[in-house]
Design a protein around this ligand. Structure first.
Ligand SMILES: Cc1cn([C@H]2C[C@H](O)[C@@H](COP(=O)(O)OP(=O)(O)O[C@H]3O[C@H](C)C(=O)[C@H](O)[C@H]3O)O2)c(=O)[nH]c1=O
Length: 188
């Protein structure tokens, strides 16, 4: 290690030797290059602001974003510090649009035929970037509120809710079967 003019160790050299350079995370269009799971995609909406407030379209089948029709919709919320998960659907996809608060959506792909089998994917959703995201069938997913207010999500699942036989399979949030930990966060 070289020394500075008065024999002090070169701090710049020492700290930089221990530093790690960021890897690329966005493409030329400044879009995230973080890989999604097979079958996942986003659709960006647009928030229109004026002096009275704002308008944001949530879902229009004419966008051609998703192959399945719009058949059902509901809102769910998650309180600050809480998570919902893990859950999996066999018959339908979730299609989320976060309209309030901040959400971390974590997905784990157990599908044997998928090119992303065994991968964990994490995306961040909030009203400041209005967009839809889908959760493919047979993908474990959990949602954690990472904000300080309720996270408010509109879901447009691809089938109507069957109250007599819900298409929902659960694992506990702290299961060893999924290689992701939410630490001390509580939920189910
Ligand atoms: C979805 C639904 C539920 N319910 C009833 C059934 C239960 O008595 C109660 C709570 O339902 P559930 O425990 O399924 O909700 P969450 O576990 O909060 O699930 C929600 O949040 C997680 C993160 C998701 O990924 C789900 O897609 C989303 O539904 O509402 C209905 O009556 N109609 C409905 O459409």
């Amino acid at each position: 290690m070289s020394a500075g003019p008065d024999n002090r160790p070169n701090i710049l050299e020492k700290t930089l030797a221990a530093a790690v350079q960021d890897q690329r995370t966005v493409d030329e269009q400044r879009r995230s290059t973080v890989p999604l799971l097979d079958g996942m995609s986003f659709y960006d909406s647009i928030r229109h602001d004026d002096d009275r407030g704002s308008v944001t379209e949530l879902f229009d089948p004419r966008w051609g974003w998703h192959a399945d029709p719009l058949v059902f919709s509901y809102i769910f919320t998650i309180r600050p510090g809480m998570a919902k998960g893990w859950g999996l659907h066999k018959l339908h996809e979730d299609r989320y649009f976060v309209i309030g608060g901040e959400l971390e959506l974590v997905l784990y792909d157990p599908r044997p035929e998928s090119s992303t089998c065994g991968k964990v994917c994490k995306v961040y959703l909030s009203a400041s970037r209005p967009r839809l995201v889908n959760v493919p069938k047979f993908v474990w997913h959990a949602d954690r509120n990472i904000g300080t207010t309720d996270a408010v999500v509109v879901n447009f699942p691809t089938i109507q809710y069957d109250h007599s036989s819900p298409d929902k399979y659960r694992l506990p949030l702290d299961t060893d079967l999924i290689p992701y930990s939410f630490g001390n966060t509580t939920g189910w």
